[in-house]
Design a protein around this ligand. Structure first.
Ligand code: 13P
Ligand code: SF4
Length: 345
């Protein structure tokens, strides 16, 4: 992913305005004409989620990508997601609306640095396995033993990583620390972090709780420990959605994750009021909009239409995808308790 810079301004303003309803009609027509299907992550703009054929968290979308019948997949998300979809579907054309939609976590773990660190550990005769969060490049995945998402990490580690092995967990230190806590396993943590979740401010969250007495806090495990400690529920985006759906009684829910997540929450559990937790306080006392992922925000209806129409940008097959395919399929598609649960078994 050397063509990515970690923080990229949203370039939507450079384009002339087009009526979203017209764009949606055009996208519907192009989907049929091009034999295409649209997958959209919960963090992309709500209007893209509305026209998508599949929406979900990283885990569900990776699995959905292997089930679709169409010859073209448009992945409205970020690069590692589209890349994973290509890796598990070599025969299909996988398009991404903006090739520059990266991820600060994936950026934090270049393959050469990981390989060098693994060598150091081996030279010390450490008996370890490398578990990578799916938010990594394919080149990094090809160096790892297991790939996890926030949706299956705990189950996979508990069920499939032998207890006598040390775990090197890359690249999210916050998710890794949380997994150490819930699995009781010691881990060597890579010092990466999500640029969105790391910015949540405890001060702001406590103030929001005080302003909304009786409210509940739901938080993504990519948040730092001080945020998780004051949360009522910790889970990835799909688990968060399930949790909100499970509460019949209307509640006020403070949401400590990317702000577009409120769109699927409102759709799935409209009985609640959702309040996005703001990012860190600025010197003026105002809050900044740090809870929007600039990479996810690169996806627009216009770009979805353009990539459907033009057949690009496309994720093309790379030689190291073969190794990444083995580990991805073993980790995400083989039966685990989690996969069985998702299938309603
Ligand atoms: P999940 O959808 O797996 O919860 O992940 C969140 C995320 O940061 C995706 O980039
Ligand atoms: Fe990466 Fe964070 Fe954006 Fe998810 S929200 S894509 S982890 S930068």
């Amino acid at each position: 992913m050397s063509n990515l810079s970690p923080i990229l301004a949203d370039d939507r303003d450079e384009r002339s305005f087009e009526d979203p309803l017209d764009l949606m009609d055009e996208i519907d027509r192009l989907k049929v004409e091009k034999d295409a299907v649209i997958l959209a992550h919960f963090y992309v703009d709500g209007e893209i989620q509305d026209i998508a054929d599949y929406t979900g968290d990283s885990l569900k979308l990776a699995r959905d990508a292997t089930q679709v019948g169409q010859s073209t997949i448009v992945f409205a998300g970020v690069h590692f997601m589209a890349e994973s979809a290509k890796i598990m579907n070599r025969q299909k054309r996988v398009l991404i609306p903006d090739l520059l939609a990266g991820c600060s976590l994936a950026e934090s773990c270049p393959p050469d640095r990981l390989a060098a660190f693994q060598k150091e550990l081996r030279d010390e005769e450490r008996d370890f396995v490398t578990v990578a969060y799916i938010n990594t490049s394919a080149a990094v995945k090809s160096l790892c033993d297991w790939i996890v998402t926030s949706g299956n990490a705990r189950e996979l580690i508990e069920e499939r990583v032998p207890e006598d092995k040390e775990i090197l967990f890359v690249p999210d230190q916050h998710l890794g620390r949380y997994l150490m806590e819930v699995t009781g396993r010691e881990m060597i943590l890579w010092p990466g972090a999500c640029m969105v979740h790391e910015m949540f401010s405890l001060q702001d969250l406590l103030r929001a709780k005080r302003n909304h007495p009786g409210s509940l806090v739901v938080a993504h495990p990519e948040c730092p420990q001080n945020i998780l400690e004051v949360s009522d529920f910790v889970g990835g985006t799909e688990k968060m959605r399930q949790f909100c759906m499970s509460l019949d009684k209307p509640a006020t829910i403070l949401v400590a994750t990317e702000s577009e997540m409120i769109h699927p929450l409102k759709r799935s559990a409209p009985q609640h009021a959702y309040i996005p937790v703001p990012g860190i306080m600025t010197e003026t006392g105002e809050t900044c909009a740090c809870n929007r992922c600039p990479h996810m925000a690169r996806n627009t209806l216009q770009k979805v239409r353009d990539c459907l129409r033009d057949g690009q940008p496309e994720i093309t097959w790379q030689s190291y995808f073969d190794k990444a395919k083995d580990v991805l399929e073993r980790s995400l598609l083989e039966n685990t308790r989690q996969a069985a649960k998702m299938n309603g078994d």
